[in-house]
Ligand binder design. Sequence first.
Ligand code: SAM
Length: 148
Amino acid sequence: MFGHSQREIRRLTDQAAMVRPITERLMQNVKIAPGMRVLDLGCGAGDVSMLAAKLVGPTGEALGIDRNKDVLAVAAERARVAGFPQIRFEQAPAETFWHGQPFDFVIGRYVLVHQSDPIEFIRTAARRVKRGGSIAFHEIRLRQNLDS
Ligand SMILES: C[S@@+](CC[C@H](N)C(=O)[O-])C[C@H]1O[C@@H](n2cnc3c(N)ncnc32)[C@H](O)[C@@H]1O
């Protein structure tokens, strides 16, 4: 598991800039709209939360969850500077976080790859979404079956 040194945070934000069009397309495909509530699991420095905040607008809500408080401090400052009052960040393990209000959309980017039980993590995400809502994970494929 990566730590969250300044160097790692910089790596995360550089990576986020590169893959941003993919995440944006994913959000457009699930039709994130103004007023919606979005949960970002393993939000890191807040890049996905900020993309969501832009789409849900000031009447919506984006909540970023991460278990690391150092990276969340960076995320909160970036969201403040970018002018997104509709974003909140909270330190918690994604597995145990729950406020009782289901979300319209639950997303995670490059977070499944860090889980010992990714299937259970997806189940957790599914429990956080309201009926008719969506969950999506933006991940990388680490292995390739050369026979296929
Ligand atoms: C590779 S970073 C990706 C950050 C962000 N999603 C992005 O794409 O820029 C993974 C983040 O997920 C967090 N994380 C991993 N497993 C977690 C869990 N079970 N609960 C909460 N946060 C988790 C880590 O602390 C880290 O900040």
